[in-house]
Ligand binder design. Structure first.
Ligand SMILES: [Cu+2]
Length: 162
C-alpha cells in the first residue's frame, strides 16, 4: 500500500502522508469485492467495467443473424443483463474480460417458453465465445452463469412478439 502508485491514486491531496486515503481505498475495494455476494440484483458496477463500443448493441449481420455481444468480468454480472430480439436467428457472443473468474453461459432450464440448448459450457478469463440458435416463441428466456447464478449472475433475453 506504500508504493508511489498507490499513494498517488489514493490521495492526490494526501492528509499526513496519505495513509488514511490508502485505508479508504482498501475499504472501498473490499466493498466492491463483497457487493457481488450481498447483492442479488445484477446491476453494473460502473467503475469496474470499460464499456466496449460493441457490447450490448443488437445488430443484424449480412447473413441475417441478429447479433449481440455480452460482457462479463471479475464480478457476477452480464452486461447487458437484459436484451430483446425478434423471432429468428440469434448469434450471442460472450466476452469474459476478467483476470481471475471463469464463467459460462446457458439458458436456464425450464425458465423460457421454449428450450434453448445451445450454451457456452466454460469461458476462461480473456476468452470470447459465440453461440447461434433460432428462436421462434415470444417470451422471456432466463439465462445464467451456472457457476455464479446464486450470486446473481443471471439475465433475461426477451423475444418480442411477431
Ligand atoms: Cu460466472
Amino acid at each position: 500500500m506504500r508504493t508511489p502508485a498507490a499513494r498517488s491514486a489514493a490521495a492526490p491531496r494526501a492528509r499526513r502522508g496519505g495513509r488514511p486515503g490508502a485505508l479508504l481505498v482498501a475499504v472501498l475495494l473490499a466493498l466492491v469485492a463483497l457487493s457481488g455476494c450481498s447483492n442479488s440484483e445484477p446491476t453494473l458496477p460502473d467503475a469496474t467495467r470499460t464499456a466496449g463500443g460493441d457490447v450490448g448493441a443488437l445488430s443484424t449481420a449480412p447473413d441475417g443473424f441478429q447479433e449481440i455481444t455480452l460482457e462479463t468480468g471479475d464480478d457476477y454480472v452480464f452486461t447487458p443483463a437484459t436484451f430483446t430480439v425478434a423471432p429468428g436467428q440469434v448469434r450471442i457472443t460472450v466476452r469474459n474480460s476478467a483476470d481471475q473468474l471463469t464463467h459460462n453461459f446457458l439458458f436456464t432450464a425450464g425458465a423460457g417458453p421454449a428450450e434453448i440448448t445451445e450454451q457456452i459450457p466454460i469461458l476462461a478469463p480473456g476468452e470470447s465465445k459465440t453461440i447461434e440458435f433460432t428462436v421462434d416463441v415470444p417470451g422471456d428466456y432466463g439465462f445464467e452463469c451456472s457457476f455464479h447464478a446464486q450470486l446473481g449472475q443471471v439475465g433475461t433475453m426477451t423475444v418480442s412478439g411477431p
